[in-house]
Design a protein around this ligand. Sequence first.
Ligand SMILES: Cc1cc2nc3c(=O)[nH]c(=O)nc-3n(C[C@H](O)[C@H](O)[C@H](O)COP(=O)(O)OP(=O)(O)OC[C@H]3O[C@@H](n4cnc5c(N)ncnc54)[C@H](O)[C@@H]3O)c2cc1C
Ligand code: FES
Length: 280
Amino acid sequence: MENPYLPYPVRIAQIFTETQDQSLKTFKLVFLNPDDEQAFTYLPGQFAELSVAGKGEAPIGIASSPTEKGFVSFTVNEVGLVTAHLHKMREGDLMGLRGPLGNGYPWDLMEGMNVVIIGGGFAFTTLRSSIVYMLDLANRPRFKEITVVYGARTPGMLLYKEELAAWERRDDIHMHITVDATDDPDWRYNTGFVPAVTEQKVRSAHNAIAIVCGPPVMIRYTRPVLEKLGFPPERIIFSLEMRMKCGIGMCGRCNIGESYVCKDGPVFSLAQLKQLPPEY
Ligand SMILES: Cc1cc2nc3c(=O)[nH]c(=O)nc-3n(C[C@H](O)[C@H](O)[C@H](O)COP(=O)(O)OP(=O)(O)OC[C@H]3O[C@@H](n4cnc5c(N)ncnc54)[C@H](O)[C@@H]3O)c2cc1C
Ligand code: FES
């Protein structure tokens, strides 16, 4: 039997600094063995454990889309031991990748629906994966209207700025970018918190599903907005960020009641969360 804790060896092909304060970097990783790349089949919403030799592992959402071939990418916030070491690494360095892990967004359910993507801060990573996936030429007909509300604290904290601008110019996706506050006179998007912009811009829950990923405070205030708009609990989807260790349902570190966030999630509908103790 294969060892589920064994990471694939990968090389850092490129590193991009995403934010003005340099706290978020995107790492583009390539597999050393082509067979490993074949085995690493994933859907947007899944995550992986990134490992740095001698330091440990950290669970990070997959930021690339399965439609992008030849690499997998991750956007990492520098917070502690593993992520600080990752931030010190250079292009060409070797590291480990274990996964894909978790369930991903409910792509079967989303098919044929209007999709509302709501993201805040660096949790936008798996939503970037989802947008690229849905905008892929072969996939776009599978979804109806795509609406995105994405917020960051300031313009300098927005991720994927060039892609945001490119999506803005398209007519098959409605982009609503917002920042909490800015004194930049050239800022031409929204100002205000994500729940308020969602209330202004999302007009209907008809045949629609909302995918919400962001800090707990954003989730807390976005939920009633979506409920007021008429989204039923099974069509409000959240991705949770619990503390994790094994990522495969073995260590018991991430459970909420009977559910393991790493294995049964991290993606849950509000209907599912209502069945669980409020520990998330
Ligand atoms: C499913 C999932 C997807 C994630 N996706 C991303 C992502 O795309 N990009 C990203 O930058 N981060 C993501 N995270 C959070 C990331 O896993 C943690 O920031 C990381 O594990 C910290 O590791 P560390 O060794 O650097 O920090 P540590 O030294 O372990 O801790 C430093 C600080 O970070 C806090 N912390 C540690 N783990 C978590 C966690 N899971 N959630 C919140 N706070 C934590 C600790 O309380 C402590 O204050 C995700 C987490 C989960 C569970
Ligand atoms: S992280 Fe070990 S059971 Fe979920």
